[in-house]
Design a protein around this ligand. Structure first.
Ligand SMILES: [Fe+2]
Ligand SMILES: [Fe+2]
Length: 254
């Protein structure tokens, strides 16, 4: 049942980002943090697909979803094991320096999928596109790491499964919706496009917000600081004697 075809051709966008991926994977710290994030994404995706197996009424889909979920959970373990094997070489204060998930989300992009609200058709269309995207991206990762056989081995292993996931979801979509499977694929494409737009817009809003606050800090605050300093210079130093009011008593409050 597993696909004999190990790889798909990466999309033009993923190929365009290859230099960025090469830069990310070159650094040991970034590599470890990225592997850990991949592990989380694969495990989360596995849980979602496990839920899809629970809610579908189609026995064949249930079996395939279970196989799929087991694969994704295993991928999560593989990524975490790979990250754990690299961790001892890192300094203990290591923290993620740069995240570019808004540009290329980790793994499948199964984030914010509401499994209970999806039909078999829309779920299969969504899974097919997600697996296709993962296949394309993992192929680029594998290619940028090809000079480090031990490092790209994990992608080599996982790519076989991802190709199977991509193929079976398309075959099953054509089976459960022979007339309208293209419509479901287009709907899923538009949904992914919208989510990509939201992800980029949110990241841009963060950058623009940070820029505006920095400008405010350096442009608006200095005049106020200068005025406050000038006012402080005018104030007399130390204790100041207050002249007593006529008729004021020292023994009563009022
Ligand atoms: Fe996977
Ligand atoms: Fe997959």
């Amino acid at each position: 049942m597993r696909s004999a075809r190990p790889l798909v051709r990466p999309t033009g966008f993923d190929r365009m980002l290859a230099p960025l991926h090469r830069w990310i994977w070159r650094d040991a710290e970034r590599r470890v943090h990225k592997l850990i994030r991949f592990g989380e994404t694969e495990t989360d995706g596995g849980r979602d697909i496990l839920r899809a197996a629970e809610v579908t009424s189609d026995p064949l889909l249930r079996r395939l979803y279970l196989v799929h979920a087991i694969d994704e959970l295993r991928h999560g373990v593989l990524f975490r094991q790979r990250a754990a094997s690299l961790l001892p070489a890192l300094p203990s204060s290591s923290k993620p320096k740069f995240r570019h998930d808004w540009l290329a989300p980790a793994g499948h992009g199964l984030d914010d999928l509401d499994v209970d609200g999806e039909s078999d058709n829309s779920m299969l269309a969504f899974l097919h596109l997600s697996e296709k995207a993962a296949d394309s991206r993992f192929t680029v990762y594998r290619d940028v790491l090809k000079h480090y056989p031990t490092k790209c081995a994990v992608f080599d292993e996982i790519l076989h499964d991802e190709t199977f996931h991509m193929n079976y979801t398309l075959v099953q979509l054509a089976r459960v919706s022979p007339q309208h499977h293209n419509r479901y694929l287009w709907r899923a494409r538009l949904s992914r496009l919208w989510k990509t737009y939201l992800r980029i817009a949110t990241a841009l809003a963060g950058v623009i917000g940070g820029l505006l606050l920095t400008i405010q800090y350096f442009v608006l605050l200095p005049p106020f600081a200068w005025l406050a300093k000038r006012a402080a210079h005018r104030e007399p130093h130390g204790w100041t004697a207050i002249p007593r009011e006529p008729g004021e008593s020292l023994t009563r409050q009022y």
